[in-house]
Design a protein around this ligand. Structure first.
Ligand code: FES
Length: 321
């Protein structure tokens, strides 16, 4: 039994529009009509596509609109086939199962905001930007991409908020200078950053250099970060408190695989530590956190773990499963 079942809902594709090179904006409504589940800025959905692939997409519409959801889908060559299917095949009128919304990138009240987006990383930031603008809080957005044509929503953002938005395109040889941007961030500003791994790694390094307090920089990773070798190179034991099972996890397998094989149902989606769906409460034992979802502080708390990638740092873990 999964201890944190997520709601799921059948949704129908009501619109699909190209909003940039290789980026499609999908509009979804409840298949049975009525309101969709509530969500907050930073949340994402798991979409279960008709080709059997499950993918996570950040909601980029307005949480106040309960009648529809919007997600922007970048066509990724060499991906797992989700974005290719959406671009090539998914038609208006098709029904999909959506799980969530789930939010590991929550928007917190602050005196001001600095948003940093790389490419499709703009999507979870859009609802946050609307929220900040609505609240009248000072905010800036630094948005980097290959070219303006490849950057979703760039025209709208610049058109509506020119004084808040700086755009950097590699095509024009422009570079987003995180060092200067972060050094100039107002005291008390909350910083939200989403984009490719190298941008997020640079943001993390710069915030450490500046000695920022925990939680000031919040990241959303679409790609798993590299984590190096596990703490333990040997097998370890996992005791499942509710199921009464004790299982051995060999070095080459994940806890999730071993638990599923034992017949215990755990919700999962990305299986690479980026979506948060397999979050599992930890009763005891030390965790080797290898996910890209939890903040360093949440990892240090040792209260939950992503069992698709995280492992044990002690001989035994006890989990609420
Ligand atoms: S299944 Fe996505 S974090 Fe584990």
């Amino acid at each position: 039994m999964n201890v944190h079942p997520l709601p799921s809902v059948d949704v129908i594709v009501t619109d699909r529009q190209s909003v940039a090179d290789d980026i499609l904006l999908l509009t979804l409504a409840a298949a049975g009509g009525g309101d969709l589940p509530e969500w907050s800025p930073g949340a994402h959905l798991d979409l279960m596509l008709p080709n059997g692939v499950e993918r996570q997409y950040s909601l980029c519409s307005d949480p106040a609109d309960r009648g529809s959801w919007q997600v922007a889908v970048l066509r990724e060559s060499g991906g797992r086939g989700g974005s290719e299917f959406v671009h090539a095949t998914l038609a208006i009128g098709e029904t999909l199962r959506a799980r969530g919304p789930l939010n590991h990138f929550a928007f917190e009240a602050a005196s001001s905001y600095v948003f940093v987006a790389g490419g499709i990383g703009i999507t979870p930031l859009l609802p946050m930007i609307r929220e900040a603008a609505r609240a009248g809080a000072p905010w800036t957005l630094a948005y980097a991409g290959r070219s303006e044509g490849s950057m979703a929503f760039v025209k709208e953002l610049v058109g509506e908020h020119a004084e808040h938005v700086s755009v950097y395109t590699s095509e024009a040889g422009e570079r987003l200078a995180l060092d200067d941007l972060f050094a100039a961030a107002p005291a008390g500003a909350q910083v939200y950053c989403c984009g490719p791994a190298r941008l997020l790694d640079a943001a993390t390094a710069r915030s450490t250099e500046l000695g920022w307090p925990a939680g000031r920089l919040r990241l959303e990773r679409f790609e798993a970060k590299s984590t190096g070798a596990p703490v333990l190179s040997d097998a370890f034991e996992v005791e499942l408190e509710y199921s009464g099972l004790t299982l051995t996890v060999p070095p080459e397998r994940s806890i999730l695989d071993v638990v599923e094989e034992a017949g215990v149902l755990v919700l999962s989606s990305c299986r690479e530590g980026t979506c948060g769906t397999c979050e599992t409460p930890v009763v005891s034992g030390e965790v080797d956190h290898r996910d890209s979802v939890l903040t360093p502080e949440e990892q240090a708390d040792n209260e939950v773990m992503m069992i698709c990638v995280s492992r044990a740092a002690s001989a035994k873990l006890v989990l609420e499963l």
